[in-house]
Design a protein around this ligand. Sequence first.
Ligand code: EPU
Length: 351
Amino acid sequence: MTFLSLNPNTMSGHSHSLTEFNTLGVAQNCQQLTRLNSYDSIIEFCQAYDDKENSLLVLGGGSNLVLTDDFDGEVIKVESQGVKITEDDDYFYLSVEAGEDWPRFVETLVNQGIGGFENLALIPGTVGASPIQNIGAYGVELEKFCDWIEFYHLSDDTVKQLTAAECQFGYRDSIFKNALKNQTVVLRVGFKLPKQWKPVINYGPLKDFNAQTVTASDIFKRVCEIRQSKLPDPNVIGNVGSFFKNPIVSMTVYQELLKRYPYIVAYSVDNGMKLAAGWLIDQAGLKGHRIENVGVHDKQALVLVNHGGATGKQIIQLASFVAAKVHDTFGVELEVEPRLIGKHGEIEFHG
Ligand code: EPU
């Protein structure tokens, strides 16, 4: 591949370490790693990319993946920067390069008096990765203000744009995890934020705020405090945030569980009840549980942590153990939230 040999940012050989590029801090290597710091360089790379044997692994912040092996294919790290803001009477329109750091983006918006994403403060990762799993927290999901996504379609070799409606957003889900899985490299994300800001304060620890007087900055600060008190900082202890999705069960299953567990934590959703997986894991007695170098976090049971030197396989073993225990206790299946990446690309979790 001529492009790669010409690119000064390309590092080759099987021994290129990915440790610093995944927030779990798992020590796996790859053959090629190319850091792409502009929109044009991402397109140039994609046009030249022709490895049909292996998936291309696209890294943003590396905060939502588990490397279970050395990766045989190519890895790109998207680092393009830039935020363009335009406005009319009613909205701010943002066009944001995929490599922008999500937490910094949110903080900058709040400091500029542009509200909307304050509930999504401190979620590790990049803007380009944010629509893939429709990141969400404290009552807000990305899709609420997403306008469009521009991406390179690898199989069609062309740049495309989808409107938010076409992205089929769901709970931690989008078209990029389904019909377009492994076929896209996100280039830019468009957001549309109403100037008439409305606070979202229905989530427990935000309920004390007065809707008439609260500011986006107040919510931002409170969300940062909550996250810092419950969730481990990946710079200190390796993790990928929530390791499991909150499972959705039918009303009938929920009613049965409620009889046995009157304090079960659940939220009503369109197709049934969403159970708090953290509560299930905690009640199954696994909070703080440790197997060698990996463990269930002691303040938030939904998070698995690398206590140092863990492998991705050990993390998956712990995840399987947790899922089995929850299944035995409650009869509920847990699905993992991060992507699991094996030798040749994404692999399935078989709890
Ligand atoms: N709970 C326990 N024990 C635990 C953890 C949680 O009893 O160890 C209970 C809590 O007391 C609470 C309920 O479970 O009543 C829910 O917990 P929490 O509010 O902490 O939220 P979550 O369901 O665990 C989800 C998201 C988080 C997001 C928070 C806040 C998923 C998979 N996770 O967690 O997202 O920050 O809500 O909105 O939906 C992430 O995706 O990485 C992430 C951190």
